[in-house]
Design a protein around this ligand. Sequence first.
Ligand SMILES: CC(C)(COP(=O)(O)OP(=O)(O)OC[C@H]1O[C@@H](n2cnc3c(N)ncnc32)[C@H](O)[C@@H]1OP(=O)(O)O)[C@@H](O)C(=O)NCCC(=O)NCCS
Length: 144
Amino acid sequence: MKPDMEGVLNMKSITVTERKPSVEEYIKLRNSIGWKILQHDKIEKGLNNSTYCVCVEDQGNIIGFGRIVGDGATVFYIQDIMVVPSYQKQKIGTLIMKKIIDYIDNNCIDGAIIGLIAIDELDNFYKKFGFAYNQNNRFYRYND
Ligand SMILES: CC(C)(COP(=O)(O)OP(=O)(O)OC[C@H]1O[C@@H](n2cnc3c(N)ncnc32)[C@H](O)[C@@H]1OP(=O)(O)O)[C@@H](O)C(=O)NCCC(=O)NCCS
């Protein structure tokens, strides 16, 4: 782990756990950043079907989260990278992404597809982890 990451962990009694959050914890995080709240039972199903989940806590309170959905070998899709606003810009998002990329590196086949959807503002955040636009494949829809 890089020294700046150790600093994050030491200074704020922050712990990183590879676990699924409770539905309540997940809703709390979504609320904190203003994301739409989904149906309780559907959240539970979605979390249960995740390939990998990582939670960041400060003294037992969840302050960050990220997960992967996919088939666990050939396709990995990164979703729900969230850090509570008062904890943002302190490398916690980076910590979450490092855990996620480590998991993918340890489980993917050569040639696996690794994807995510993000707003333009976060280009620099994701480029640090090797992500780049594939202009021809930017094709998706929300089911509103
Ligand atoms: C995106 C998010 C997870 C980043 O978490 P974070 O802990 O604040 O990020 P970090 O402190 O690890 O930042 C790492 C780098 O990304 C940059 N960055 C982070 N958030 C940024 C933002 N909103 N806009 C521009 N750059 C940003 C930082 O400036 C930093 O750059 P540096 O390494 O050159 O200093 C967090 O802002 C968040 O939860 N946002 C709301 C939810 C969201 O949009 N999630 C992403 C869905 S695709």
